[in-house]
Design a binder for this molecule. Structure first.
Ligand SMILES: C[S@@+](CC[C@H](N)C(=O)[O-])C[C@H]1O[C@@H](n2cnc3c(N)ncnc32)[C@H](O)[C@@H]1O
Length: 226
């Protein structure tokens, strides 16, 4: 039920998504810059990457601009988002409509990225199952990088994070709209997990190197090397 609601939401939002995300996510562009800055490969190298929950393809497009010889696969549950990604990233990439819960990686990759998508997986078990698939689908020397929404480590911290987030959205939306639309979507569709839990899950999968690159209240970028 949760996944169906998330899919329907993004099918409907695809055309407005790029404009809207800048008003919803504090420092969205910077977060993507950070993700790209730690890709451990030379600019001219040819390598395989997959973008999980690619949305309209912003992250894939930005990575392909920096790494012209990359081969990209984009996965998303919402076909309208994938259509927008195809326009942005182009026909050289592969596009796979799929639910990450049941997704079978078709091959191994050197780089696996995801941005603002994994918090839509309903439970920690769902996230763990995906992390295990990510671990087995990364080539040795490869890297997984995730930029996403997380929970604070306790309610006190999390409440501060939520207030900071609402203050950011208030630059573009009324307080009423924030509560009735964005917070209501958040409670219905988003299932963020504590950052510490993510890191423990990655360790349990067997990743030898795990790090947090940056954190801005409830938004964080972290990575795991195989
Ligand atoms: C907030 S958007 C982020 C899009 C993009 N990664 C970005 O940073 O701009 C979340 C995306 O994850 C996709 N998504 C959510 N749950 C998914 C699932 N279970 N399987 C595949 N894609 C999913 C949505 O359809 C949506 O395109």
């Amino acid at each position: 039920m949760g996944t169906e609601r998330v899919k329907a939401h993004f099918e409907e939002e695809a055309k407005e998504f790029d404009e809207m995300i800048l008003k919803i996510i504090p420092d969205y562009d910077r977060m993507i810059d950070v993700l790209i800055s730690i890709i451990p490969f030379g600019k001219d190298r040819s390598f395989e990457m997959i973008d999980l929950g690619c949305g309209t393809g912003t992250v894939s497009k930005r990575i392909s601009d920096s790494f012209p010889n990359i081969k990209i696969t984009c996965v998303d549950i919402a076909e309208n988002m994938l259509e927008m990604a195809r326009i942005k990233v182009g026909n050289n990439a592969k596009y796979i409509p799929a639910d990450l819960n049941s997704f079978v990686f078709p091959q191994k990759y050197d780089l696996i990225v995801s941005s603002l998508a994994l918090h839509h997986l309903e439970t920690d078990d769902d996230k763990m199952r995906l992390y295990e698939k990510i671990f087995s689908s990364l080539n040795k020397g490869g890297m997984f990088i995730n930029a996403d929404v997380v929970l604070g480590s306790d309610d006190g911290l999390h409440n501060v994070y939520l207030e900071k987030w609402k203050d950011f959205m208030a630059e573009s939306y009324s307080r009423k709209e924030i509560e009735e639309k964005w917070m209501s979507n958040y409670y219905a569709e988003d299932r963020p997990t504590k950052l510490m839990t993510h890191l423990e899950m990655l360790k349990e999968c067997g990743f030898p190197v795990i790090d947090v690159i940056c954190k801005n209240y409830e938004f964080a970028v972290w990575c795991a090397k195989r």
